[in-house]
Design a binder for this molecule. Structure first.
Ligand SMILES: Nc1ncnc2c1ncn2[C@@H]1O[C@H](COP(=O)(O)OP(=O)(O)OP(=O)(O)O)[C@@H](O)[C@H]1O
Ligand SMILES: [Mg+2]
Length: 275
């Protein structure tokens, strides 16, 4: 169930509306590919500790916006801040260390590494990066701590029994779970999920939704790209609608479901109007 504590119900339902406690603030972020304006977000704030769903038709710019905000792509223009710190120009691994991670629409687990190795690659203090730590013999300690953390996380996601299996042997749904578990290795404050339900066996859908709610219940902020409006209604505290790169609506899920601009964006005509 959406968080009952989220103080969002009284906000204006207008694109760009300021939030009472924003963890992420986006200002005038623009990305064009050739002549195509993929993202043109004037203003967007994400409330801390909530699940915000980002919806919109295919090609609306949802994934591109995630890419930009997490340092996997660069905009031509714009600014964004996480906890007040500017993120423009910061590469993805540093964005992760600042506390914001994302998962990918097409899963990026490394098929020829084991499930546990996939987790360790994502760890904050991974041994390979810790040159000075290694030099002073600290690495064994770090490695053991990361492994314990990875196993605890795998257990939470029901993947601990697969720890020594190649990631390539996982089902599509298990791979989505691994991606989520892996993203949590850096102990992020904000986790951005790009269609975590897509291609997942319906039997696993509720499990995934449970995990996403649990992240919010742990105090994390979740931004969630999803096409299934039933899922969006069930899980979101707030919904942001992107169309042709622009935020055209935002509000509580019930408000969005009946918003004419949103219905237009999806269907291309007014609800109830004859084509
Ligand atoms: N690297 C790229 N080069 C050129 N065009 C791109 C690139 N990435 C995205 N686009 C274009 O930008 C627009 C937005 O794409 P994006 O993938 O962000 O949409 P989306 O909302 O995530 O769509 P979907 O729901 O299908 O995943 C699309 O028109 C897409 O073709
Ligand atoms: Mg996408």
């Amino acid at each position: 169930m959406p968080s009952s504590e989220a103080p969002l119900d009284d906000l204006a339902r207008t694109p760009g509306v300021p939030k009472p406690d924003p963890i992420l603030i986006v200002d005038n972020v623009q990305r064009t590919f050739g002549g195509l304006q993929a993202v043109n977000v004037q203003s967007l704030q994400i409330q801390r500790g909530t699940i915000t769903s980002l919806i919109g038709p295919n090609g609306a710019g949802k994934t591109t916006l995630f890419n930009l905000l997490t340092g996997f792509d660069r905009p031509q223009h714009g600014d964004w801040h996480l906890n007040g710190g500017a993120l423009v120009g910061i590469p993805s691994f540093r964005v992760a260390r600042r506390g914001m991670v994302r998962t990918f629409q097409l899963t990026k687990s490394l098929a020829r590494l084991t499930v546990l190795e996939n987790m360790l690659v994502a760890a904050k203090d991974q041994v390979g990066e810790s040159f000075w730590g290694g030099l002073f013999g600290r690495w064994r300690h770090i490695e053991a701590a990361n492994e314990a953390k990875a196993m605890a996380s795998l257990e939470r996601f029901g993947l601990d029994h697969m720890a020594s299996h190649y990631a390539g042997s996982l089902s599509g749904g298990q791979r989505k779970l691994l991606e989520m578990a892996r993203a949590l290795m850096v102990e992020p404050e904000v986790i951005m999920l790009d269609e975590p339900m897509a291609g997942v066996n319906p039997a696993l859908t509720q499990t995934l939704l449970g995990h996403i709610s649990a992240l919010r219940d742990d105090g994390k902020t979740v931004v969630f790209i999803e096409h299934d409006m039933d899922v969006v209604q069930e899980i979101s505290d707030w919904v942001v609608v992107l169309s042709q790169g622009t935020v055209i609506a935002e509000g509580p899920p019930a408000h969005i479901a009946s918003n004419h601009d949103v219905i237009d964006a999806y269907l291309g005509l007014h609800h109830g109007e004859k084509p």
